[in-house]
Design a protein around this ligand. Structure first.
Ligand code: GRF
Length: 202
């Protein structure tokens, strides 16, 4: 049974999709830990309701004690390894993870990003796509799940899917369609990587 961890910063609707997909004991993987950098993240409530261990890991105390971002990242990597995590999923995690983190954690790290490969990297991707649509620059956007490398939102793509933007769309209606697609894609991509990891374990 592969051990999954999910990093969140907010509502956790994508976490909820993963809980529903990997919550039963029959699945080949289960979520053993949910980490949030924000105490009030509703996703922590979702994890607690599903009896999943949670970890609140804020950056503030490190900054106040003059400790580096790398120290914050390495403590996070060590907590994940201590929990025996095999596969890490970033579902709305709003920090950029350092190369040192990726070196220390060792396992695969997947990130969900609400844009197509190579487009609108970073925050506010949905809002920026809608603004580009309103300027007549694009007619479609999408969602991708990719492997995490030190460059932001740039690792190899596991799954991506396009969404056509129509004149009838508002920012809210587009956001709603993107989140629905995210919930499906994050589960499909995680299941695909879980299957690959199990197959490679032989
Ligand atoms: C998602 O759109 C994710 O792609 C972005 O932040 C949002 C998180 O939503 N990075 P939720 O917390 O999973 O509901």
């Amino acid at each position: 049974m592969l051990r999954l961890a999910v990093l969140i910063s907010g509502n956790g609707s994508n976490l909820q999709a993963l809980i529903e997909a990997f919550g039963s004991n029959q699945s080949a993987a289960r979520i053993v830990l949910v980490v949030s950098n924000r105490r009030k993240a509703y996703g922590l409530e979702r994890a607690k309701k599903a009896q999943i261990t949670t970890l609140y890991h804020p950056l503030g105390p490190y900054k106040r004690q003059g400790q580096s971002r790398i120290t914050y990242d390495l403590d996070l990597a060590h907590a994940l390894k201590a929990a025996g995590v095999d596969l890490l999923i970033l579902a709305g995690w709003m920090h950029i993870l350092s190369a040192e983190f990726l070196g220390a954690f060792e396992g695969p790290v997947l990130n969900l990003h609400p844009a197509l490969p190579g487009e609108f990297a970073g925050i506010q991707a949905i809002e920026r796509a809608f603004a580009a649509f309103e300027r007549g620059e694009i007619t479609q956007t999408g969602v991708m799940v990719h492997r995490v490398i030190p460059e932001v939102d740039a690792g190899s793509v596991i799954l991506s899917e396009k969404i056509q933007i129509s004149q009838r769309d508002s920012l809210d209606s587009l956001r709603e369609r993107i989140h629905s697609l995210e919930h499906r894609l994050i589960v499909q991509a995680t299941a695909q990587v879980v299957d690959e990891m199990i197959a490679s374990k032989g």
